[in-house]
Design a binder for this molecule. Structure first.
Ligand code: CP
Ligand code: NVA
Length: 348
């Protein structure tokens, strides 16, 4: 595909509802094939290819998901941490993007400012996937959507599909190309975010309303402003009426089907720790808060992890409502779908 601009994924705002749905069908198929037929059930669209994992911040889930899914797709993942390469110390982002991009087939990049991942897209000859910037975390929300699908679509068409491990490619194509909508059971659900207006929330804001869900956000004054780039994307998504913004957790939580939060102190905000702990007092997710606010009696709890105890107590985090570890595992199947779609198949 010489001369063609490579595809990239910087935010779910980049994707149509149909594209999100296709990525989820792919992730569901990978998970189902692997669980039923083991590694031989998978296809190898990254055979003889290398994915660079360019990470300027710590990571457990995103890194492990990226490395293991690249291996299962037959490729090689090369981890390039901030202390390993010249980037940021002796070399610019532009030069690094050109050099690394000339030797690998795709780049999964975890950066500080969102402009850094945009700069990579500008100069890289290969696809870029955003593995977290200060503005967005698209692969996290794909995993969250897969988890929500598993929560609500218990009669999933895929679960009933007989799998032939001998013909994984055919199974994959049949399901991925079908008109089955993994998001159908999510329509009308109320997702409530209690916490900081951060990168993880932002990708929910630009996707969930378009998928027919309501998202209510409760954040304290001073931490309640949705970034204007995100709000512009919410509005161009055409479903801004499905977003509720408030300072009151009690108001937001009324009728909640899923309660979500994240750390109050994202990576890079460590010096603001005390001010943030003070500002977010009263925003910890607990059974008492949700019950008093009138959440749906069988509300579920989600969190992208890593978790600190201040934003959610142990009873909720380790309790029966929590799907956080299923959500973490789903990072793998959804990142695998992204690598297959944006890197492996782009070349085909
Ligand atoms: N949720 C998430 O992105 O976790 P890591 O920082 O461990 O990758
Ligand atoms: N909001 C968090 C997410 C980590 C996965 C951060 O940016 O540090």
């Amino acid at each position: 595909r010489a001369g063609e601009k490579p595809p990239s994924l910087l935010s779910l705002a980049d994707l149509s509802v149909e594209e999100i749905s296709t990525l989820l069908r792919t992730a569901m198929t990978f998970k189902h094939l692997y669980k039923n037929a083991g590694p031989r059930g998978l296809i190898r669209t990254l055979e003889n290819q290398t994915v660079a994992l360019l990470f300027s911040k710590r990571s457990t889930r995103t890194r492990v998901a990226s490395e293991t899914s690249t291996a299962l797709l037959g490729g090689h993942a090369m981890f390039l941490g901030k202390d390993d390469i010249q980037l940021g110390v002796n070399e610019s982002l532009e030069d690094s993007a050109k050099v690394i991009g000339s030797m690998v087939d795709g780049i999964m990049a975890r950066v500080g400012a969102h402009s850094e991942v945009e700069e990579l897209v500008k100069h890289s000859p290969v696809p870029i996937i955003n593995a977290l910037s200060d503005l967005y975390h698209p692969t996290q929300i794909l995993a969250d959507l897969l988890t929500m699908h598993e929560m609500y679509d218990t009669s999933s068409a895929l679960a009933k599909t007989p799998i032939s491990a001998e013909r994984p490619q055919r199974e994959l194509s049949n399901f991925v190309n079908s008109t089955i909508d993994p998001l159908a059971a999510l329509k009308g659900k109320k997702i409530v975010w209690v916490g900081d207006t951060n990168n993880v929330l932002n990708d929910m804001l630009v996707s969930l309303p378009r998928l027919g869900m309501t998202i209510a956000v409760a954040s304290p004054k001073g931490y309640d402003k949705v970034d204007e780039r995100v709000w512009a994307a919410v509005q161009s998504g055409g479903a801004a009426e499905n977003v509720i913004l408030t300072n009151s957790p009690q108001e937001a939580l009324k009728g909640a089907d899923i309660v979500v939060t994240d750390t109050w102190i994202s990576m890079g905000q460590e010096t603001e720790k005390q001010a943030r702990l003070d500002a977010f007092e009263g925003y910890q997710v607990t059974e008492k808060l949700c019950a008093e606010a009138g959440a749906n009696p069988d509300w579920k709890f989600m969190h992208c992890l890593p978790r600190k105890p201040e934003e959610v107590d142990d009873d909720v985090f380790y309790g029966k409502r929590s799907v956080v570890f299923q959500e973490a595992e789903n990072r793998k199947w959804t990142i695998m779908a992204c690598f297959d779609h944006f890197i492996g198949r782009w070349k085909l």
